[in-house]
Structures are given as structure tokens and as C-alpha cells.
Design a protein around this ligand. Structure first.
Ligand SMILES: [Fe+2]
Length: 453
């Protein structure tokens, strides 16, 4: 038996290649399917099944593309109504070489969620691992808000029952293979550690320490962001998508061509570090460092051609992952980076940075300014600077009127990346006196400055 895990960094999505004795299955494939085809070729295996754990919301799933090139059957749940693949019944079994894969309905995150428990018949009849999709993560459970407020209680009840009555009884020794790792917005507090067992989760997952009533209450109070691009992903994943193909047209543009396209309305995605962006950037551009690339889905319309600025052309491969969240017009990148722009004498803008020490001195001297913390509500509640006001960066455009215009603004997040995005949103909205706190709360804490919980 072989098991390979693939991580797509942009939304921290985990997909799996499972193989045995000349046959294989792929669970929740990403759109660029070559990685699975390579694994199959290497192991001299035929991909027989594509197992979907649920209708994914945050990226385009590659099931149809993989099925088209391999003939593999696509298996998924009863909700929503898919336009492709085959409906799997609860308890249905599949043979993959010497493996037996059993589908278990585990509704809650969505009504159609399925987990797939795997037995390796070569070594016995016990379950060895389970693909849990978005039902159970390492240290977290799936969100239950996609059905709206009116469905949240029912979906939360279902999730608890799925975990306690269907997953945990598989056995403490069973390895869990979830669909997301840390950084995904499909769970608030997914651990960095990407390996675990049902027993470890039973003992340590904070949500699994709650009684049924406490669990449901917790889920009802939980607040999650719903990025605008999710709706588009849901549409793609109901009809089955083979390719949206942006990468072939990913051109190198000389500064004059780049400037012309900017003038014609293309959006500029600047993926350099927040500090490089602050020192000089093209007017109107979006600062979204590579580590936060999925934020593009919040701020740049899918209808607009996107031009990219990278620190190094090697980063273009990561930028091309935007295809996975539906960007089909990644039009080109600035050849030679910002240096080529400067050499033409084209105009730039800069934004201002302060460090944590300077922020402390502003607070100590009672300087009149507004401290804006753009982290998520959960992060803010876990510790913040006393005078800070929390508006998550993903809400900032909608709530920008809450930020005063007659005071300097210092924007802070955990590191300086999201606050850089936040500072840029403020500047685009006419705020003049905006500062990004470099190093953010990480630096603030390292310097031992007070944090309120
Ligand atoms: Fe999901």
C-alpha cells in the first residue's frame, strides 16, 4: 500500500494518492492532475477511482479532469445535485488492489459529506486510515455555516453525531487524512501538524472534549468568513471542471506593455514582501504577498485581467496556483520586476512602516492615532494591544467608514503581511496618514510588551 499526500499551498488543501497492487485512487484531487498521473506511472498503477469527500467550496476540484484522462470513476455524495460522477451509497465498498475502501456518510460540514475508511487486506481486517474531508481536521472540526443561519444548528448536530458515532468508532489507531491543513479558512484552529490518529484527536482535539450540547453551542457561536469567490468555486464543483487554463497565456511584459495594460484597467497583483511593497509600488496595485495569495479572491475581481509583480520569476509557479481559485486571466508579469519599472522613470508610490518599538513609543507618549488590528476575530480575542480596534482585513473594505479619517492610522496583524494589505485598502479609500506595523503582534510579543486577552 502506498499513500502520498499533496499540499496546495494557496488554500492549504490536502489531496491524496492511494495505491496498491497496480490500482490506485485519488481523494479530492486538485485541478492540475499531472502530479497524480506521475505517481500512477511511477508505481505502474491504474487510477480506478476519484473519491470526493464533499462539494469543496474554496478551490476548484480536479476530479473531472483526472477522470477524463484516466477513465477513473468519480464517487461523491448525495448533496448537492452534481452534474457529473456517480452517487456513492453509505457503506458502499470499493476494491483498490489489496485495499478495501468503505464510504461512510458523515454529514455536518455539508449534508453530502462522505468519509472513506481504508482497510489493508494484506495486513488484516482492521481500518488503517480514514479520509475525513472537512468533517475532522487535526485539532479542529469542519465549519457548519454554509447552509446559512437557519441550518447551522442541524448541521452542527449532524457533525457531532458523524464524528462521535461514525468516525471515532473506527478505532483509536486509525490515521486521519483530512482535506485541509493549517492556514485554511475551512477551520479556525487547524494544527500545523499534518498527521494524527482518531485516538489522538479523541484525547486532544479541543472540540472533541465538549459534550454534545457544548459542541453545538460552540458551533452556533462560531463566526467564519465567506470569501466572495467561494460562490464561483461551488458552481465549478457542481458541474465538474476540466481546466480554466490561464497559464499558457502567462506572458513576460516589458514595462511599456505592462503600463499600457494598467491604463486599460488591468489589476496589478504585487506579490513582493510587505516591506518591499511599502518602499515603492505602482499606484493602485494590490499588495498580496505569496504567503497570503488566497486573499486575491477577496480583493481582485475574477472579471479583470490580472498582471503580476514577483520578486523572482521562480515565484510565478506559486502565482499560477490562482487558477485553483478561478483566476483564468493571469495575463502576464512585469519582466525584470520593479527594477525595470524604475529604470523607465515611471512613477511609483510608497507607504509607511513603523516597527513595534515605535508603536510602543506612540502609545507611551499618548500620541493621537487609531490602532487598527486587521487579524481575524478569533486571533484578536486570543491577545491584542489594549487600545486596538479589530476589523478583519477581509471585512475592511465593507467597514472602512468605521475607521476615522482625521487621525493617523497604524495597521497591525500578526506579521505585517495582512496589515500591509489593510494599509493599502485604506490608501485606496482616500486615507492619507497610514502606517503598517512591521513584524506585527509577533514582534510586539517578542519585545515583551503587554497583550490583553
Ligand atoms: Fe469544505
Amino acid at each position: 500500500m502506498i499513500l502520498q499526500k499533496f499540499k496546495s499551498n494557496i488554500v492549504s488543501h490536502l489531496s491524496y494518492f492511494l495505491g496498491s497492487d497496480g490500482e490506485a485512487a485519488v481523494v479530492d484531487p486538485e485541478l492540475d492532475c499531472q502530479i497524480y498521473l506521475d505517481s500512477a506511472e511511477q508505481g505502474q498503477m491504474k487510477i480506478k477511482y476519484v473519491f470526493e469527500t464533499h462539494r469543496n467550496e474554496d478551490f476548484i476540484v480536479g476530479s473531472k479532469a483526472l477522470s477524463d484522462s484516466t477513465g477513473a470513476a468519480i464517487c461523491h455524495g448525495s448533496w448537492p445535485e452534481y452534474k457529473y460522477g456517480e452517487l456513492v451509497n453509505d457503506g458502499q465498498e470499493f476494491e483498490v488492489g489489496d485495499l478495501l475502501v468503505k464510504a461512510l456518510y458523515t454529514p455536518g460540514h455539508t449534508p453530502g459529506c462522505i468519509s472513506y475508511a481504508v482497510t489493508d487486506l494484506e495486513s488484516g481486517n482492521e481500518n488503517v486510515l480514514v479520509f475525513t474531508g472537512d468533517a475532522l481536521f487535526v485539532n479542529e472540526v469542519g465549519r457548519t455555516d454554509f447552509g446559512g443561519l437557519e441550518k447551522k444548528r442541524e448541521w452542527s448536530e449532524n457533525l457531532y453525531d458523524s464524528i462521535f458515532n461514525r468516525l471515532l468508532p473506527l478505532g483509536d489507531h486509525v490515521i486521519i487524512c483530512p482535506a485541509h491543513g493549517a492556514g485554511s479558512i475551512c477551520g479556525s484552529d487547524i494544527a500545523q501538524r499534518e498527521f494524527s490518529t482518531l485516538g489522538a484527536e479523541r484525547l486532544m482535539n479541543p472540540r472533541l472534549q465538549l459534550s454534545r450540547e457544548e459542541f453545538i453551542e460552540y458551533k452556533l457561536k462560531e463566526r467564519h468568513n465567506y470569501p466572495p469567490y467561494f460562490r464561483l468555486m461551488e458552481e465549478y464543483n457542481i458541474v465538474g471542471t476540466t481546466s480554466i487554463g490561464p497559464c499558457e497565456s502567462y506572458e513576460s511584459l516589458v514595462p511599456q506593455e505592462f503600463k499600457n495594460m494598467v491604463n486599460e484597467g488591468a489589476a496589478v497583483l504585487d506579490t513582493r514582501s510587505a516591506s518591499a511593497f511599502s518602499s515603492a509600488h505602482i499606484a493602485g496595485s494590490y499588495s498580496i504577498p505569496l504567503s497570503h495569495l488566497s486573499f486575491t479572491g477577496w480583493f481582485i475581481s475574477h472579471e479583470t485581467p490580472v498582471l503580476t509583480i514577483v520578486e523572482d520569476v521562480l515565484h510565478l509557479k506559486e502565482v499560477s496556483e490562482l487558477e485553483r481559485i478561478g483566476y483564468d486571466d493571469l495575463h502576464g508579469y512585469l519582466a525584470g520586476g520593479m527594477a525595470s519599472w524604475y529604470s523607465q522613470g515611471y512613477p511609483t508610490e510608497s507607504s509607511r512602516i513603523i516597527d513595534a518599538d515605535e508603536l510602543k513609543s506612540w502609545l507611551d507618549s499618548e500620541k493621537d492615532f487609531y490602532l487598527l488590528d486587521v487579524r481575524s476575530k478569533d486571533e484578536f480575542q486570543r491577545g491584542h494591544i489594549q487600545s486596538a480596534t479589530n476589523i478583519p482585513v477581509t471585512d475592511l473594505q465593507d467597514r472602512v467608514s468605521e475607521v476615522p479619517k482625521d487621525q493617523p492610522i497604524a495597521a497591525i496583524c500578526s506579521s505585517g503581511n495582512r496589515s500591509g494589505i489593510g494599509a493599502k485598502i485604506l490608501l485606496r479609500n482616500g486615507y492619507k496618514d497610514v502606517y503598517n506595523v512591521a513584524g506585527g503582534m509577533t514582534a510586539w510579543r517578542k519585545l515583551g510588551y503587554p497583550v490583553l486577552k
